[in-house]
Design a protein around this ligand. Structure first.
Ligand SMILES: [Fe+2]
Ligand SMILES: [Fe+2]
Length: 276
Protein backbone atom coordinates (compact mmCIF):
# COMPACT_ATOMS: atom_id res chain seq x y z
CA UNK A 1 0.00 0.00 0.00
CA UNK A 2 0.91 3.62 -0.50
CA UNK A 3 2.61 4.91 2.62
CA UNK A 4 -0.06 7.60 3.06
CA UNK A 5 -2.97 5.16 2.82
CA UNK A 6 -1.92 2.96 5.63
CA UNK A 7 -4.86 0.72 6.42
CA UNK A 8 -5.38 -2.96 7.01
CA UNK A 9 -5.57 -5.07 3.88
CA UNK A 10 -8.94 -6.11 2.51
CA UNK A 11 -8.35 -9.69 3.57
CA UNK A 12 -7.36 -8.77 7.12
CA UNK A 13 -10.42 -6.55 7.60
CA UNK A 14 -12.71 -9.25 6.19
CA UNK A 15 -11.07 -11.90 8.39
CA UNK A 16 -11.85 -9.81 11.46
CA UNK A 17 -15.55 -9.98 10.56
CA UNK A 18 -15.49 -13.62 9.45
CA UNK A 19 -14.18 -14.54 12.91
CA UNK A 20 -17.56 -13.54 14.33
CA UNK A 21 -19.20 -16.49 12.53
CA UNK A 22 -19.65 -19.51 14.82
CA UNK A 23 -19.71 -21.98 11.89
CA UNK A 24 -16.04 -22.95 11.47
CA UNK A 25 -16.41 -24.30 7.94
CA UNK A 26 -18.13 -21.16 6.73
CA UNK A 27 -15.42 -19.08 8.39
CA UNK A 28 -12.77 -21.12 6.60
CA UNK A 29 -14.53 -20.86 3.23
CA UNK A 30 -14.59 -17.07 3.62
CA UNK A 31 -10.92 -16.91 4.57
CA UNK A 32 -9.79 -19.26 1.81
CA UNK A 33 -11.63 -17.33 -0.88
CA UNK A 34 -9.48 -14.28 -0.10
CA UNK A 35 -6.31 -16.41 -0.42
CA UNK A 36 -7.48 -18.06 -3.63
CA UNK A 37 -8.33 -14.70 -5.18
CA UNK A 38 -5.17 -13.03 -3.84
CA UNK A 39 -4.26 -11.47 -7.21
CA UNK A 40 -7.74 -9.94 -7.53
CA UNK A 41 -7.64 -8.66 -3.97
CA UNK A 42 -4.30 -7.04 -4.72
CA UNK A 43 -5.74 -5.39 -7.85
CA UNK A 44 -8.60 -3.93 -5.81
CA UNK A 45 -6.23 -2.62 -3.15
CA UNK A 46 -4.02 -1.21 -5.92
CA UNK A 47 -6.92 0.75 -7.36
CA UNK A 48 -7.67 2.46 -4.04
CA UNK A 49 -3.98 3.00 -3.48
CA UNK A 50 -3.81 4.90 -6.74
CA UNK A 51 -6.94 6.98 -6.15
CA UNK A 52 -5.33 9.80 -4.09
CA UNK A 53 -2.38 10.11 -6.51
CA UNK A 54 -3.79 13.08 -8.44
CA UNK A 55 -6.79 15.17 -9.25
CA UNK A 56 -8.29 13.05 -12.02
CA UNK A 57 -9.97 14.34 -15.17
CA UNK A 58 -13.77 14.50 -15.28
CA UNK A 59 -13.69 11.64 -17.77
CA UNK A 60 -11.71 9.41 -15.42
CA UNK A 61 -13.90 10.31 -12.45
CA UNK A 62 -17.04 9.57 -14.48
CA UNK A 63 -15.62 6.16 -15.29
CA UNK A 64 -14.71 5.57 -11.66
CA UNK A 65 -18.05 6.64 -10.20
CA UNK A 66 -20.17 4.77 -12.72
CA UNK A 67 -18.10 1.61 -12.47
CA UNK A 68 -17.78 1.61 -8.70
CA UNK A 69 -21.51 2.14 -8.31
CA UNK A 70 -22.13 -0.89 -10.53
CA UNK A 71 -20.29 -3.04 -7.98
CA UNK A 72 -22.53 -1.83 -5.11
CA UNK A 73 -26.12 -0.72 -4.47
CA UNK A 74 -27.74 -4.15 -4.95
CA UNK A 75 -31.04 -3.20 -3.31
CA UNK A 76 -33.10 -4.58 -6.18
CA UNK A 77 -31.39 -7.95 -5.82
CA UNK A 78 -32.03 -7.98 -2.06
CA UNK A 79 -35.69 -7.19 -2.63
CA UNK A 80 -35.98 -9.89 -5.31
CA UNK A 81 -34.38 -12.47 -3.05
CA UNK A 82 -36.69 -11.67 -0.12
CA UNK A 83 -39.69 -11.88 -2.47
CA UNK A 84 -38.60 -15.33 -3.59
CA UNK A 85 -38.29 -16.55 0.00
CA UNK A 86 -41.69 -15.09 0.89
CA UNK A 87 -43.21 -16.80 -2.11
CA UNK A 88 -41.84 -20.11 -0.83
CA UNK A 89 -43.21 -19.36 2.66
CA UNK A 90 -46.69 -19.07 1.17
CA UNK A 91 -46.43 -22.65 -0.09
CA UNK A 92 -45.43 -24.00 3.37
CA UNK A 93 -47.09 -24.37 6.74
CA UNK A 94 -46.04 -24.44 10.40
CA UNK A 95 -42.37 -24.21 11.41
CA UNK A 96 -41.03 -24.24 7.84
CA UNK A 97 -43.25 -21.28 6.95
CA UNK A 98 -42.21 -19.41 10.09
CA UNK A 99 -38.51 -19.93 9.34
CA UNK A 100 -38.97 -18.77 5.74
CA UNK A 101 -40.76 -15.59 6.86
CA UNK A 102 -37.87 -14.94 9.21
CA UNK A 103 -35.25 -15.69 6.54
CA UNK A 104 -36.94 -13.24 4.16
CA UNK A 105 -37.19 -10.58 6.87
CA UNK A 106 -33.57 -11.00 7.93
CA UNK A 107 -32.37 -10.82 4.32
CA UNK A 108 -34.46 -7.67 3.80
CA UNK A 109 -32.77 -6.06 6.81
CA UNK A 110 -29.70 -5.55 4.63
CA UNK A 111 -31.62 -2.95 2.64
CA UNK A 112 -33.03 -0.87 5.51
CA UNK A 113 -30.18 1.68 5.49
CA UNK A 114 -30.10 1.72 1.69
CA UNK A 115 -33.78 2.69 1.71
CA UNK A 116 -33.18 5.38 4.33
CA UNK A 117 -35.76 3.79 6.67
CA UNK A 118 -34.33 5.42 9.79
CA UNK A 119 -32.71 8.34 7.98
CA UNK A 120 -35.69 10.45 6.87
CA UNK A 121 -35.87 8.51 3.62
CA UNK A 122 -32.42 9.57 2.47
CA UNK A 123 -31.38 6.60 0.34
CA UNK A 124 -27.88 5.36 -0.22
CA UNK A 125 -28.41 5.97 -3.92
CA UNK A 126 -28.91 9.67 -3.07
CA UNK A 127 -25.78 9.65 -0.90
CA UNK A 128 -23.83 8.09 -3.75
CA UNK A 129 -25.06 10.84 -6.09
CA UNK A 130 -23.83 13.40 -3.53
CA UNK A 131 -20.45 11.69 -3.53
CA UNK A 132 -20.13 11.85 -7.32
CA UNK A 133 -21.50 15.40 -7.51
CA UNK A 134 -18.85 16.54 -5.06
CA UNK A 135 -16.22 15.78 -7.69
CA UNK A 136 -18.05 16.24 -10.99
CA UNK A 137 -19.88 19.24 -12.51
CA UNK A 138 -22.96 17.32 -13.72
CA UNK A 139 -24.68 13.90 -13.79
CA UNK A 140 -23.24 12.68 -17.09
CA UNK A 141 -21.32 9.99 -15.12
CA UNK A 142 -24.65 8.16 -14.72
CA UNK A 143 -24.63 7.12 -18.38
CA UNK A 144 -23.80 3.46 -18.78
CA UNK A 145 -21.19 4.25 -21.40
CA UNK A 146 -18.96 5.35 -18.51
CA UNK A 147 -18.84 1.89 -16.94
CA UNK A 148 -15.87 -0.39 -17.53
CA UNK A 149 -17.16 -3.68 -19.04
CA UNK A 150 -16.20 -5.90 -16.08
CA UNK A 151 -18.09 -3.65 -13.64
CA UNK A 152 -21.26 -3.73 -15.77
CA UNK A 153 -20.88 -7.52 -16.06
CA UNK A 154 -20.46 -7.78 -12.31
CA UNK A 155 -23.71 -5.93 -11.71
CA UNK A 156 -25.63 -8.32 -13.98
CA UNK A 157 -23.90 -11.33 -12.45
CA UNK A 158 -24.81 -10.38 -8.87
CA UNK A 159 -28.43 -9.70 -9.81
CA UNK A 160 -28.64 -13.07 -11.56
CA UNK A 161 -27.16 -14.86 -8.55
CA UNK A 162 -29.75 -13.28 -6.27
CA UNK A 163 -32.90 -13.56 -8.34
CA UNK A 164 -32.31 -16.38 -10.84
CA UNK A 165 -30.00 -18.99 -9.26
CA UNK A 166 -31.04 -21.11 -6.29
CA UNK A 167 -32.07 -19.20 -3.18
CA UNK A 168 -29.21 -20.50 -1.00
CA UNK A 169 -26.72 -19.22 -3.58
CA UNK A 170 -28.56 -15.90 -3.56
CA UNK A 171 -28.19 -15.67 0.20
CA UNK A 172 -24.51 -16.62 0.04
CA UNK A 173 -24.01 -13.91 -2.60
CA UNK A 174 -25.69 -11.28 -0.44
CA UNK A 175 -23.76 -12.51 2.60
CA UNK A 176 -20.43 -12.28 0.84
CA UNK A 177 -21.14 -8.88 -0.60
CA UNK A 178 -21.69 -7.54 2.92
CA UNK A 179 -18.38 -8.81 4.30
CA UNK A 180 -16.58 -7.67 1.17
CA UNK A 181 -18.22 -4.25 1.30
CA UNK A 182 -17.25 -3.78 4.93
CA UNK A 183 -13.60 -4.39 4.02
CA UNK A 184 -13.69 -2.35 0.81
CA UNK A 185 -15.46 0.69 2.27
CA UNK A 186 -12.92 0.73 5.08
CA UNK A 187 -10.22 1.03 2.43
CA UNK A 188 -12.23 3.45 0.28
CA UNK A 189 -12.80 5.84 3.19
CA UNK A 190 -9.05 6.20 3.68
CA UNK A 191 -8.43 6.64 -0.05
CA UNK A 192 -11.18 9.24 -0.60
CA UNK A 193 -10.21 11.18 2.54
CA UNK A 194 -6.67 11.34 1.22
CA UNK A 195 -7.86 12.37 -2.27
CA UNK A 196 -9.94 15.22 -0.84
CA UNK A 197 -7.23 16.43 1.51
CA UNK A 198 -4.50 16.41 -1.11
CA UNK A 199 -6.29 17.75 -4.16
CA UNK A 200 -9.51 19.57 -3.22
CA UNK A 201 -10.29 22.65 -1.17
CA UNK A 202 -13.57 21.49 0.32
CA UNK A 203 -15.12 23.22 3.30
CA UNK A 204 -15.87 20.91 6.23
CA UNK A 205 -19.50 20.72 5.07
CA UNK A 206 -18.49 19.83 1.51
CA UNK A 207 -16.11 17.21 2.78
CA UNK A 208 -18.81 15.74 4.99
CA UNK A 209 -21.19 15.58 2.02
CA UNK A 210 -18.54 14.00 -0.19
CA UNK A 211 -17.65 11.26 2.26
CA UNK A 212 -21.08 10.61 3.77
CA UNK A 213 -21.93 7.65 1.50
CA UNK A 214 -18.77 5.77 2.41
CA UNK A 215 -18.92 6.70 6.11
CA UNK A 216 -22.51 5.48 6.31
CA UNK A 217 -21.23 1.96 5.59
CA UNK A 218 -18.20 1.89 7.83
CA UNK A 219 -18.99 4.20 10.75
CA UNK A 220 -21.73 2.20 12.39
CA UNK A 221 -20.34 -1.13 11.24
CA UNK A 222 -23.41 -1.25 9.02
CA UNK A 223 -22.09 -3.81 6.56
CA UNK A 224 -20.70 -5.97 9.34
CA UNK A 225 -24.16 -6.21 10.91
CA UNK A 226 -25.67 -6.91 7.50
CA UNK A 227 -23.26 -9.77 7.01
CA UNK A 228 -24.35 -11.37 10.29
CA UNK A 229 -28.07 -11.04 9.55
CA UNK A 230 -27.60 -12.81 6.21
CA UNK A 231 -25.74 -15.62 8.01
CA UNK A 232 -28.88 -15.94 10.15
CA UNK A 233 -31.18 -15.76 7.09
CA UNK A 234 -29.28 -18.60 5.44
CA UNK A 235 -29.45 -20.76 8.57
CA UNK A 236 -33.20 -20.29 8.78
CA UNK A 237 -33.69 -20.92 5.07
CA UNK A 238 -31.65 -24.12 5.24
CA UNK A 239 -33.55 -25.28 8.35
CA UNK A 240 -36.88 -24.71 6.61
CA UNK A 241 -35.79 -26.58 3.48
CA UNK A 242 -33.85 -29.37 5.22
CA UNK A 243 -30.59 -28.24 3.57
CA UNK A 244 -27.02 -27.77 4.73
CA UNK A 245 -24.43 -25.36 3.39
CA UNK A 246 -22.37 -26.69 0.48
CA UNK A 247 -19.07 -25.25 1.74
CA UNK A 248 -17.11 -26.03 -1.42
CA UNK A 249 -19.67 -24.33 -3.62
CA UNK A 250 -19.75 -21.39 -1.17
CA UNK A 251 -15.97 -21.01 -1.35
CA UNK A 252 -16.05 -21.16 -5.16
CA UNK A 253 -18.79 -18.51 -5.23
CA UNK A 254 -16.92 -16.19 -2.85
CA UNK A 255 -13.76 -16.62 -4.94
CA UNK A 256 -15.61 -15.86 -8.16
CA UNK A 257 -17.12 -12.76 -6.53
CA UNK A 258 -13.63 -11.47 -5.72
CA UNK A 259 -12.25 -12.38 -9.13
CA UNK A 260 -15.04 -10.58 -10.94
CA UNK A 261 -14.60 -7.53 -8.74
CA UNK A 262 -10.86 -7.76 -9.25
CA UNK A 263 -11.40 -7.61 -13.03
CA UNK A 264 -13.56 -4.50 -12.68
CA UNK A 265 -11.03 -2.76 -10.45
CA UNK A 266 -8.13 -3.84 -12.70
CA UNK A 267 -9.85 -2.24 -15.68
CA UNK A 268 -10.33 0.94 -13.65
CA UNK A 269 -6.77 0.88 -12.46
CA UNK A 270 -5.49 0.47 -16.00
CA UNK A 271 -7.37 3.58 -17.11
CA UNK A 272 -6.07 5.49 -14.12
CA UNK A 273 -2.52 4.39 -14.85
CA UNK A 274 -2.87 5.63 -18.44
CA UNK A 275 -3.97 9.06 -17.24
CA UNK A 276 -1.32 9.40 -14.61
FE1 LIG B 1 -25.69 0.91 1.35
FE1 LIG C 1 -25.10 -3.78 3.38
Amino acid sequence: MNASVNVQSLAATAAGVANLVPDRRLREALGRSFSRAAASVEAIEGCFELLPAKRWSDEMLSTFFHSWKATHLKMLGIYGLSCRIQRLALTETGEAREQLWMAAARNAETSHEDLGLDYDGVTHAALYDDLARSFLPNDAWLMEVNGVPAALDFKRWVYGKMVVGDVATGLLTNMFSEIYNHAEYTLALEAFTELVERHYRFTEAEKERALCYIRAHVGDETEMKHFLVVVDALERYNRARGLVIDYEAAEALFTEYLERLGSAMSQLRLRMTRER
